[in-house]
Design a protein around this ligand. Structure first.
Ligand code: ZN
Length: 255
C-alpha cells in the first residue's frame, strides 16, 4: 500500500529527517508572499498562504525530491500602504532575504531553486535575486507567480470582470480552494474599481506604466468581483497549474 507522502515543508521537519531526505532532494521551492490588504473580504495572508499552500501541494507531487523552504511572509507592498495594516519590505530587502535563504540551502547541497511567488509586486525583486543567485552562487533558478502564470487560459475562462487580478473572483476562488480560512465568506464584495481605470482598460494595453498607490485604482482595495468566487473555479486553476508546474519542474530538476 502506498504510504501517504509526509510533509516536505521545512518548518514541519526535524534536522535528522532533513539529513535523511537530502540525498534525494534535487530542488527547493521558496514561497514568497506578502502582508497586504485584500479588500473587505480577504485576510492579509492571501499571498503568503496561497504561495505556501501551492508549494506544499507541488512538493507532494514530486515527493521526495523537492523541499519547501519557509514562506517569506512579507513582500513589496508599498503601493498598498494607505490601507491600514499593510506591511512592506524595501525591494532591496526582499532581494537580500531571498538570496540569504538560497545561500543557506546551498550550504546543505541544494543547487536548484523554484521561487513560487504569490504577489505581483514582488516580481522585479525576484527577477534580480534569481539572476544574482545564478551569477554569484552558480545555482539554477526558475520563478513564477503561482498558480496564475501557468493558467492564463483557465483564468480567462472564469474571469467575468474587465479589471481583475487582486482579491477578485479568480484569486478569491484559489483561496477558497487552498486556504478558505483567509476568506470572509459572509463579506465577499465587488471591487470598487475607479471608473477611469475601467475606461483605460477598455482602450487596450497602456503605452506606459504609471506608479500608483492601490487606492488610486480601487476604493475598497479589491479588483474584479469576489462575489462570483467559488472553490470549484479555484480547483480548476490550482489543479491545472499543479499539473503543469509538476511537469515543468520534473524537466528542470533533471536537466
Ligand atoms: Zn493577492
Amino acid at each position: 500500500m502506498d504510504k501517504q507522502p509526509r510533509s516536505m515543508y521545512l518548518h514541519e521537519l526535524t534536522w535528522p529527517e532533513v539529513k535523511e531526505l537530502l540525498p534525494q532532494i534535487r530542488l527547493a521551492i521558496i514561497p514568497v508572499g506578502s502582508t497586504e490588504q485584500h479588500g473587505p473580504h480577504g485576510c492579509f495572508d492571501y499571498d503568503a498562504a496561497g504561495s505556501r499552500e501551492f508549494s506544499k501541494r507541488l512538493a507532494q507531487r514530486l515527493y521526495p525530491h523537492v523541499l519547501v523552504a519557509p514562506g517569506i511572509q512579507i513582500g513589496v507592498s508599498g503601493h498598498h500602504i494607505h490601507f491600514p495594516g499593510s506591511i512592506t519590505l524595501r525591494p532591496s530587502t526582499l532581494i537580500d532575504v531571498i538570496m540569504d535563504v538560497a545561500w543557506s540551502l546551498h550550504q546543505h547541497g541544494i543547487r536548484k531553486f523554484f521561487i513560487a511567488n504569490g504577489h505581483g509586486g514582488n516580481t522585479p525583486s525576484i527577477g534580480v535575486a534569481a539572476n544574482r543567485i545564478k551569477q554569484e552562487y552558480g545555482d539554477e533558478v526558475a520563478w513564477a507567480t503561482v498558480p496564475y502564470d501557468a493558467v492564463r487560459d483557465v483564468s480567462a475562462k472564469h474571469a467575468k470582470t474587465e479589471v481583475n487580478g487582486h482579491s477578485c473572483e479568480i484569486e478569491t476562488s484559489c483561496m477558497l480552494y487552498m486556504w478558505p480560512q483567509s476568506v470572509r465568506q459572509d463579506r465577499l464584495t465587488k471591487g470598487e474599481v475607479r471608473p477611469e481605470v475601467i475606461e483605460a482598460s477598455k482602450r487596450g494595453p497602456a503605452l506606459a506604466q504609471e506608479a500608483r498607490y492601490f487606492d488610486e485604482v480601487t476604493i475598497n482595495g479589491a479588483l474584479g468581483d469576489a462575489t462570483l468566487a467559488t472553490a470549484e473555479i479555484g480547483r480548476d486553476m490550482v489543479e491545472t497549474a499543479l499539473d503543469r508546474y509538476a511537469e515543468y519542474l520534473k524537466d528542470f530538476m533533471n536537466r
